[in-house]
Design a protein around this ligand. Structure first.
Ligand code: GLU
Length: 170
């Protein structure tokens, strides 16, 4: 069972999110990741294995301070436990980062549709189809909340999703 967390507020989101992931470690997971929005951009780190691997990467390649972030511990269902398959998943235009708990049953149909429109996937997960769909919606001018409602209407399965939009950090 994975863990999923989002934070917005006055504290350093990176640190709040990593502390939250540690509190959910007991649930079991195979990889972990964090994404923040800073200066109008998504920045992220994600690693297979224990949260200590992610923390080591964050120490070697620090993320800037920011008040908005999301984090995930993954229990792989679609695609092996690799760095690329770890969450967050980032839309092709790097505007949206998304994390997911659950299974998207119709991901293959959605992926084929997006690939036919020129989107290049970087993972084997079901989750990335939701991230790319959401990226396409916000790029078309829909605000993040409405875009999420539209995307959820297209998904079949069981899913909890959290996402951030670099162009709409509020
Ligand atoms: N199905 C997703 C994946 O394999 C999410 C798994 C989870 O809930 O951690 O990446």
């Amino acid at each position: 069972m994975c863990g999923i967390i989002g934070y917005t507020g006055p504290r350093v989101a990176r640190d709040v999110v990593v502390a939250g992931l540690r509190r959910m470690e007991y649930r079991g997971y195979d990889s972990a990741g964090v994404a923040i929005v800073a200066d109008g951009r998504i920045e992220y780190r994600k690693k297979a294995g224990k949260i200590t691997n992610l923390v080591a990467d964050l120490e070697a390649n620090p993320l800037p301070d920011s008040g908005l972030g999301i984090g995930h511990t993954r229990w792989a269902t679609h695609g092996g436990p690799t760095d690329d398959n770890a969450h967050p998943h980032i839309s092709a235009d790097s505007r949206v980062a998304l994390i997911h708990n659950g299974i998207i049953e119709n991901f293959a149909v959605l992926r084929a549709e997006l690939e036919a429109n020129g989107i290049v996937f970087t993972s084997q997960t079901d989750t990335e189809a939701a991230a790319q769909l959401l990226g396409r919606e916000v790029s078309a001018g829909t605000d993040l909340a409405d875009a999420m409602r539209t995307v959820c209407g297209r998904l079949e399965g069981a899913f909890t999703l959290v996402a951030v939009d670099a162009a709409e950090p509020h």
